[in-house]
Design a protein around this ligand. Structure first.
Ligand code: SF4
Ligand code: SF4
Length: 364
């Protein structure tokens, strides 16, 4: 359930205060290293100089206890020698959230060994392995020989470990958008989840502004096909993700988000250095958690201004920046789903809204 925002007086630089409805965040994207062994065409993180990163102890001391979902990423997070301790610290400090650790899946044996150790400490762990199309396409985009073979081997090895929360993460660019549906089908054949996002430009995260926009018609066609496939499935998660996918089309066609953005309110991005940003894209830092407490940063005048700015921002539509808003408006998503399902029924299609398995409430 979403917490009710509390009116919160925030001091300005003079004697005035501004009052802003404030909640502590429930979601975070936490990057723990810039190191990466991939050479991806849509991301230059791997070119960044190494820096001093937050330690497990820093995470333990400085995270808010209100998080429910954490995207743990890098660079390649599994390259950190202390990734087990870091993941445990994040889990314990932030209220035992669900943690999805993103990996390129290049190092199968090491990944399995590390995931095994993390799972003993962090039972909510899930793994997202990047896969961007056919073998040839994926290897070209990731810039490393046998990238596809290694990633798919890692997925199967994680399955053998008994890990159930595994997903394939697809990053759409101009080059691979036509591989979207076949990669979804591949995920289905492996019985793993599938999420898709569009490659973004960001100086503070991907370290590139050179990703070309995908033709909106191609987005509409390919994400439209994906939505259709998802709505045909018997998975409630797929239905909810199809709503997110419809936001990708909406954004490509109109340049506007389907919902508002609550960056620096519902979620934040924490860089490996300790700088907190509203999201992966906006380069305005709230400050650094090495030198100030999270609460001081979150309730500062600077954070209030950044939050205000973000609430009007229309620069992106990504799952990690839309989830809190989608959860805040579940009826809107439900209406959309009913309408889309109705279209299928009208066309004579026979898929059912009855889930094949509904023991758990669906999460995005
Ligand atoms: S997209 Fe991911 S795997 Fe590729 S270089 Fe960037 S951080 Fe590494
Ligand atoms: S819409 Fe703007 S503030 Fe919100 S996540 Fe995207 S870039 Fe960040």
């Amino acid at each position: 359930m979403h917490r009710r925002p509390t009116p919160f007086p925030i001091p300005t630089k003079g004697n005035d205060v501004i009052v802003q409805k404030l909640t502590l965040p429930t979601e975070a994207i936490i990057s723990v290293t810039n190191r990466c062994d991939a050479r991806c065409s849509m991301c230059n993180i791997w070119q960044l100089e190494p820096q001093e990163y937050l330690s497990a102890e820093d995470y333990h001391r400085n995270l808010p206890k209100t998080l429910r979902n954490v995207n743990l990423t890098g660079g390649e997070a599994l390259l950190r020698p202390d990734i087990v301790e870091v993941t445990q610290a994040i889990y314990e400090a932030s209220g035992q959230p669900r943690i999805i650790l993103a990996t390129n899946g290049f190092r199968t044996a090491k990944t399995v060994q590390t995931v095994k150790r993390i799972l003993q400490l962090v039972p909510t762990l899930g793994i997202a392995v990047s896969l961007d199309g056919s073998e040839e396409q994926h290897d070209r985009m990731r810039g490393v020989p046998r990238a596809y073979a290694r990633a798919t081997e890692t997925i199967r090895a994680l399955q053998s470990l008994g890990l159930r929360d595994i997903r394939i993460g697809f990053t759409a660019t101009k080059e691979n958008v036509e591989h979207l549906v076949s990669t979804y089908e591949y995920a289905k054949s492996l019985n793993v989840e599938f999420t898709a996002t569009v490659a973004q430009n960001s100086e503070i995260y991907y370290s590139t502004v050179e990703n070309a926009a995908i033709d909106p018609e191609a987005i509409e066609r390919e994400f439209g096909r994906l939505i259709e496939e998802r709505l045909h499935s018997r998975s409630p998660k797929d239905w909810i993700r199809s709503y997110f996918d419809s936001g990708v089309i909406h954004f490509a066609k109109t340049g506007a988000r389907m919902t508002g953005c609550d960056a620096a309110a519902g979620f934040f991005y924490l860089a490996p250095s300790g700088d907190i940003y509203p999201c992966l894209t906006v380069p305005s830092s709230l400050g650094n958690i090495r030198t100030q407490s999270f609460t001081d940063l979150w309730t500062s005048y600077r954070a209030a201004l950044i939050r205000q700015e973000a609430s009007r921002c229309q620069k992106c539509w990504m799952m990690c920046t839309s989830r809190t808003e989608i959860k805040r408006n579940p009826l809107r998503a439900a209406r959309w789903l009913l309408r889309e399902q109705g279209k299928f029924i009208f066309k004579g299609r026979t898929h059912s809204l009855t889930p094949s398995s509904s023991k758990q409430p669906p999460t995005l």
